[in-house]
Design a protein around this ligand. Structure first.
Ligand code: DSN
Length: 418
């Protein structure tokens, strides 16, 4: 365990929570597609004294004195981000993916402008125009979905939706879409209606920089991403823009929307970008996809229905209806067995987002623990056993013991390297 002695002695109540979370991370199979294990170096930067500094503005243009060191670290993060993604401009200040997207909208649009995005229940995100989110309240969103037969994007249908809706911006990039995204085709569609293109690659950014998914950078006006998912950095976000959008994007973040940047988090982003540029990261990204494909095949062989028939990236959606379960019930059964996933709507889902018919499973975190394709057979076995034993508490407890024994054999980045 790595809970610092200063925390243990000064605040045992919080220290106990951190210890319990460390144990949970070690003993469970974390298969939430958007979660990962940050390295000890990322955690160290996140927990550094840089949290103390106010630095509103950008490097060399701040509203406070004493920013010489945080200027250096933000410039480093920006340079590393540009190199990592091959981008003309980077802004590393957004606190979250939602705020990175909000700034993109403010940079390119006026309130009331039309935007076309993927609907939430087909794999989009709240910030892609959900009526309960600022995006759906401030802008007029139209939505596209996946083809009902293939459960994959139909680019001709997206082009037709764009032609009919005439958006000023098209959003691509998703939170629950298991297939490769053709960013070049999206650019063509955007150009055909004279729209901007925003690629929200929060989920697949690590695959993009690891050459395991095509990059949107040369196609999109703005690319946004969180830094804590497949990128394996600290919780936070960033944006990459073409140079002609740089000033507008920067102003849309600060002073428009955010105040002081979180310099500790920006330092940790710099650390993560340096980790992601190393050759091992390419192997990691490739392994994430290979593991997802192996897990998806093994689950299908175990009788589960995989939405769209498989995966090209780090995640899969599983339709739980053939097993007689909702997503909520499947999530609960798996959790009782030490397997952590999230319930998720699937295309055409008749259930509400709090219930759902599916679960989303991702391999970034278990791949960070160095699990391989052969381990995915074992993981699939646990999952199939758990969903088949959803109403049997004794069986679920037995599976949990087996999961814990299996999981604790694997290295945990950030804990075992501390
Ligand atoms: N909540 C994130 C996810 O799990 O995909 C998206 O913001």
């Amino acid at each position: 365990m790595v809970v610092p002695s200063s925390l243990l002695s000064s605040d045992p109540a919080v220290a106990r929570v951190v210890e319990a979370e460390e144990r949970r991370l070690r003993e469970n199979l974390v298969l939430i597609a958007s979660e990962n294990y940050a390295s000890a170096a990322v955690l160290a930067a996140t927990g550094s004294v840089l949290t103390n500094k106010y630095a509103e503005g950008y490097p060399e243009r701040r509203y406070y004195a004493g920013t010489e060191h945080v200027d250096a670290v933000e410039s480093l993060a920006i340079d590393r981000a540009k190199e990592l993604f091959g981008a003309e401009h980077a802004n590393v200040q957004p606190h979250s993916g939602s705020q990175a997207n909000m700034a993109a909208y403010f940079a390119l649009l006026k309130p009331g402008d039309r935007v076309l995005g993927m609907s939430l229940d087909h794999g989009g995100h709240l910030t892609h125009g959900s009526p309960v989110n600022f995006s759906g309240k401030l802008f007029e969103f139209g939505h596209y979905g996946v083809d009902p037969e293939t459960e994959q994007l139909d680019y001709d249908a997206v082009a037709q939706a764009a032609e009919e809706f005439k958006p000023k911006l098209i959003v691509c990039g998703y939170t629950a879409y298991p297939r490769e995204i053709d960013f070049a085709r999206f650019r063509e569609i955007a150009d055909s209606v004279d729209a901007y293109l925003l690629a929200d690659v929060a989920h697949i950014a690590g695959l993009v920089v690891g050459d395991a998914h095509p990059s949107p950078v040369q196609h999109a006006d703005i690319v946004t991403t969180t830094t804590h998912k497949t990128l394996r950095g600290p919780r936070g976000a960033m944006a990459l823009t073409r140079s002609d959008h740089a000033r507008k994007y920067n102003s849309a973040v600060f002073p428009n929307m955010q105040g002081g940047p979180m310099m500790h988090s920006i330092a940790a982003k710099a650390v993560a970008f340096n980790e992601a540029v190393q050759p091992e990261f390419k192997q990691y990204a490739t392994q994430i996809v290979q593991n997802a494909q192996a897990l998806s095949s093994a689950l299908a062989a175990g009788g589960l229905r995989i939405v769209s028939g498989g995966t090209d990236n780090h995640l899969m959606l599983v339709d739980m209806r053939p097993m007689g379960l909702t997503g909520k019930a499947a999530e609960a059964a798996m959790h009782a067995a030490g397997i952590v996933v999230n319930k998720n709507t699937i295309p055409g889902d008749p259930e509400s987002p709090m219930v759902t018919s599916g679960i989303r499973i991702g391999t970034p975190a278990v791949t960070s623990r160095k699990m391989s394709v052969s381990d995915m057979e074992t993981v699939a076995g646990f999952i199939v056993d758990a969903v088949k034993s959803a109403n049997d508490e004794v069986a679920l407890a037995r599976i949990k013991t087996a999961v814990s024994s299996f999981a604790t054999d694997f290295h945990v980045p950030g804990l075992d390297d501390a």
